[in-house]
Design a protein around this ligand. Structure first.
Ligand code: AZC
Length: 829
């Protein structure tokens, strides 16, 4: 009876405060309420962590209000949505980001201080959510923030790993990995949706059956697990919109194995069931090697299958005709990790919705877009056919069918060019037969994006040349960006206040192009004073962290020179260390007078190495060995210090980046698809010392060559240099520093031998020797600029002023307009 239900709804509304209030008393009451009833501590006795929990729950309540409103609004408007599929999201901490985006940070800080707590201290209690490895994963997190802020109807889908990326612990200079069981202390930012579950099937066989006289395929699975949704609301800034990041966790399924229960071994059967949970238990820590592990494939299919079921369920709630699907659904593949979604959507359309191949394929071609984050062919995922066929027999058939049709079409277009047909085929023939996930993604997506201009050019001319020649219209690029909400407003509040003061508005937090206005004051003496003060405050914070962590006292007058990112040969942390050894060697050989001219430096290196990546681990040890020598050399004093910051993650980055004077981005040109760390440094007014690689090239265009210390071979020169091979001359300085390592200047010479072998003679694939002189010159130029404080400060201001293009807001807007074809859908306030 509608009348009765309406009456009840009104009564319920009357019982609730429709919106929670944000005045200090309401906030304090709320926090105390959560202390007592959620955290279950007495309101007269709770510590900082418990206060953090209560605070987080009070914030969560407010977040949920907006999230509900947004979901209801989206449901009502039914716009075309983008579904962002990514196996990794590197969110870091959430509290500060959320209260800032909700616009209630100051209110909470006031309320807390009246209770005798400091907001910042409580915020430090939160652990990082490290559900990703590096650039790709953090990019997803930044893009979610921008999607919400720009009011786009978007849903993120991923996996809720129980163990995030390993914690890096350094013992005697060596990296050790420790498990990150991040859910130990609870996670107030997620909402468990025990009713939103889907069965996910594995293994089994496919049979032909007849349905209404038509032949169709039936997949009889051998194993079934349940996917349970955990929702993570993502608030936008300056909008009510709060979108959903839905992460799936694996649980044993009720339909799983009734058999074994009936056979009598009850305990074993229960233990077996529990194994289902292992699917979402751990994040793979290698960010670019693919070993064809079954568990990894299971993870990929598990999250894809649950997400696709969720997407179909939502679509079918309001639509009957699948021809409307492409008008409502855009599926974004973040790298090839989710590309099984292609075969899965095809399977559902064919086998469950009984569409013809022709109609189903037509839909596929309209809904998928694919972004790749790699440059090297070895970085492309391949799945052994045997593995795929065993785990997902029906999907393998579908992929074979897609490939058959594709190759037939291709033959019509290019004739019997077998080399090319072999290269473009989804199936790679060889000792082990593989499915090339990148080829599958390119063939089935309407758009293929690179992550910087150079990257896109490399995709078109190298990696995907054959495909580009066939379908030039498919290829686009969206230069990456990072969110200024996290990377300035949250992590550098003093700079945030300063920018707002000088621009006379906070509007740049939503409209980053306004930052350019800082250019007008690039030589203003007053701004210079304030700008230097901000840097100093951040350097003090970083110096205190370094001292607390390592006992090392560093001078604030020194240039803080930072290189933090995953350890990789192509990123050339080794070049940095060799440069430091060279600097050390030079200082040692200087007389008193010359030493007076040396610009003191604190060199900071940080980053994790994949657990199985031997060479990268040796680089970490070398860094510690060199630091040990230099930092304990009284003859050097404050002229040079080297610090390794352990366990680099999002929250460490938030502290390190604002405190850096100079940051280094040393990848051999043509190897970094984009690079996003550099964008965070740039926004914080930190000068870049970099090669012309990835999006650095575009940064130089924005802020001018004079404001970046560029060095090294360009991407096209790298190719030529490699060809020269053995005839390539390396400078004496280079041989000398390598010799110092080989001769045991820093100990462990046997251990470092293979590292040295990798960069001498013909094995110097990443061209450290060839770029060394140019690198030293760039370093000298940086020294020279640093002593001229006025010039340095101007360069720093111009760096931040020119960083607007590298906001993920711009990236997302381009995706929305040129790839996904979606419109903003703003929830009324
Ligand atoms: C990274 C790229 O190496 C980096 O250049 C780029 O900025 C970033 O993606 C975002 O596009 N790639 C990865 O992190 N790759 C994986 C598999 O982790």
């Amino acid at each position: 009876d509608f009348g009765e239900r309406k009456g009840q709804a009104e009564r319920m509304l009357g019982l609730m405060d429709v919106f929670l209030k944000n005045d200090p008393i309401s906030l304090q009451k709320d926090i105390l309420h959560h202390v007592e009833y959620t955290v279950a501590r007495s309101r007269f006795s709770f510590d900082d962590f418990e206060a953090y929990q209560a605070l987080a729950h009070s914030v969560r309540d407010r977040l949920i209000e907006r999230w509900h409103d947004t979901l209801i609004h989206f449901k009502k408007e039914d716009p075309k949505r983008v579904y962002f599929l990514s196996l990794e999201f590197l969110m870091g901490r959430s509290l500060s980001n959320i209260v800032i985006n909700l616009g209630i940070r100051d209110q909470f800080a006031d309320a807390l201080s009246q209770l005798g707590f400091d907001f910042e201290v409580l915020a430090e209690q939160e652990g990082d959510a490290c559900l990703g490895n590096g650039g790709l994963a953090r990019l997803s997190a930044c893009q979610m923030d921008s999607l919400a802020t720009l009011d786009y109807p978007a849903v993120g889908y991923g996996l809720r790993y129980q163990y995030g990326l390993f914690r890096q612990v350094i013992v005697d200079g060596f990296q050790h990995e420790q498990p990150d069981y991040w859910l130990n202390f609870g996670n107030p930012w997620e909402i468990e949706r025990i009713h939103i579950t889907y069965p996910v099937k594995f293994y089994g066989t496919v049979t032909d059956e007849f349905l209404n006289g038509e032949k169709c395929k039936v997949w009889v699975p051998g194993e079934m697990v349940e996917a349970v949704a955990y929702d993570n609301p993502i608030p936008g800034y300056g909008t009510r919109n709060t979108i959903n990041l839905r992460l799936w966790a694996a649980k044993p399924s009720d339909q799983h194995d009734m058999e074994s229960f009936n056979t009598g071994d009850y305990v074993d059967a229960v233990v077996n069931r529990q194994r289902a949970e292992s699917i979402s238990s751990i994040l793979y820590p290698d960010d670019r090697s693919y070993q064809g592990k079954e568990l990894r494939l299971k993870q990929q299919y598990f999250f894809v299958s649950a997400s696709v079921q969720d997407i179909f369920r939502r679509f079918k709630d309001t639509h009957k005709k699948f021809d409307e699907f492409p008008e409502k659904v855009a599926l974004q593949l973040n790298d090839t990790h989710p590309s099984l979604a292609i075969a899965e959507v095809m399977r559902v359309l064919l086998d469950e919705e009984h569409l013809s191949w022709h109609r189903a394929w037509d839909i596929i071609c309209k809904i998928f877009s694919f972004t790749t984050h790699t440059v090297s062919p070895e970085g492309l995922e391949k799945i052994p056919v045997d593995l795929l066929g065993n785990l997902l027999p029906r999907h393998l058939q579908i992929i074979y069918d897609i490939n058959f049709n594709f190759v037939e079409e291709l033959k019509k277009m290019i004739g019997l060019d077998y080399d090319r047909l072999t290269r473009m085929s989804i199936v790679e023939e060889g000792a082990v037969k593989n499915i090339r996930m990148a080829n599958l993604s390119v063939i089935c997506s309407h758009t293929v994006n690179g992550v910087s201009r150079l990257h896109s050019e490399l995709l078109r001319t190298k990696l995907f040349k054959d495909f580009y020649d066939l379908w030039p219209h498919k290829f686009q690029y969206k230069t990456n960006g990072v969110t200024q909400r996290r990377w300035i407003v949250v992590s550098n509040p003093s700079l945030c206040a300063l920018i707002s003061k000088w621009l006379g508005t906070e509007a740049w937090i939503r409209d980053i192009d306004l930052l350019i206005g800082l250019r007008d004051y690039a030589t203003n003496a007053e701004l210079h004073q304030e700008w230097k003060m901000v840097k100093k405050v951040n350097k003090i914070r970083l110096a205190e962290y370094i001292e607390a962590m390592s006992g090392l006292k560093v001078s604030l007058d020194a240039m803080f020179d930072v290189q933090t990112k995953r350890i990789h040969e192509y990123k050339r942390q080794l070049l940095n260390i060799l440069g430091i050894i060279h600097r050390y060697d030079c200082i040692k050989n200087m007389d008193k007078n010359d030493r007076k001219k040396v610009v003191p430096r604190v060199c900071i290196i940080g980053g994790k190495a994949a657990p199985g990546y031997e060479i990268a681990k040796k680089v970490i040890k070398l860094c510690h060995a060199v630091a040990e020598k230099i930092n304990n050399d009284n003859d050097i004093g404050d002229l040079l210090k080297l610090v390794f910051i352990p366990d680099y993650n999002v929250s460490v980055a938030e502290m390190v980046i604002p405190g850096a004077d100079l940051s280094q981005h040393l990848s051999t040109a043509g190897h970094e698809a984009s690079g996003t760390g550099s964008m965070k440094f740039l926004m914080n007014g930190c000068l870049l010392l970099a090669t012309a690689d990835g999006s650095t090239i575009e940064m130089v265009e924005e802020i001018g060559q004079d404001n970046v210390f560029l060095f090294g071979a360009k991407a096209h020169e790298v190719v030529a240099l490699r060809k020269k091979g053995p005839t390539l001359k390396v400078p004496l300085q280079f041989s000398r520093v390598v010799r110092m390592i080989r001769d045991g200047h820093f100990g462990f010479e046997d251990y470092f031998k293979s590292l040295c072998d990798k960069i001498e003679g013909t094995s110097d694939y990443f061209l450290l020797g060839a770029d060394f002189m140019s690198y030293l010159e760039a370093q000298a130029a940086a020294d020279k600029a640093f002593v001229d404080e006025e010039r340095w400060t101007k360069m720093s201001i111009l760096s931040a002023a020119g960083s607007g293009r590298f906001s993920s807001d711009r990236t997302i807007q381009e995706y929305a307009e040129n790839t996904w074809d979606i419109q903003p859908c703003r929830c009324p306030f």
